[in-house]
Design a protein around this ligand. Sequence first.
Ligand code: NAD
Length: 260
Amino acid sequence: MKLQDKVCIVTGAASGIGKEIALTYAREGGKVVIADLNKAAAQEAADEIVKAGGTAMAVAMDVTSEEQVNAAVAEVVAAYGGVDVLVSNAGIQIVHPIEEFPFADWKKMLAIHLDGAFLTTKACVPHMQKSGNGGSIIYMGSVHSKEASVLKSAYVTAKHGLIGLCKTVAKEGSKYKIRANVICPGFVRTPLVEKQIPEQAKALGISEDDVIKKVMLKETVDGEFTTVQDVAEVALLFAGFESNALTGQSLVVSHGWFMQ
Ligand code: NAD
């Protein structure tokens, strides 16, 4: 059990990558918090963990709302006594060519990915400092933290920004044993990606099959999607790693789409 009794908040954990991370942390003994905009789906995920013998609770949280983030973290601390691991994972995708990108959509993207990461970090760090045990903060970046793709100006900007936030949190957190790292997955077939396939086909004027083969997986070594389990394994490594030796890093898990 790599996370025995560690309190782990995972944002956007009602679906996709976040949900798999929550299930994995629970199997490793963590007390898992499913924090999501969609409270009903968050409760379902928490119930699934409890039914399997794990410990979990659901909290309603819009990561762009300082009030909701602070209230949810306070609820977690009241229930479980502190916070040891934060996975800032909630995210969405909106694609447009830059000249057509609605400013409101740009702001929404930056709010969810960057304000969300900032607000959840700010709310959790004092509890990690207070416990004396430090903690692990994990940001869900993307290959798009390292590379650009057409139509994704807001997403690429936000995901690059997370690396800067991570490095700063790693430096500021070091004396409290608070580590910060970024996971950079390639394409994973979650609802976020399923939605993009027809959108990109339309925007690029190609078939959906070509979006998968010639856009999403073109640069991988084997034409394979990354899986939610692949990403959860990396999230477990970062959460369970005990020392400041592993901090301020970004790890790409993408079937070789991006090689450092
Ligand atoms: P998903 O759509 O399956 O899940 C996202 C979850 O975030 C949903 O449960 C949704 O309700 C929640 N959410 C959305 N806005 C929120 C908000 N304001 N506050 C709280 N919760 C909110 O998506 P996913 O593919 O699992 O993506 C999770 C993260 O992984 C995102 O940050 C995404 O950018 C990143 N990522 C995904 C891929 C991929 O290919 N799927 C690749 C690289 C990175």
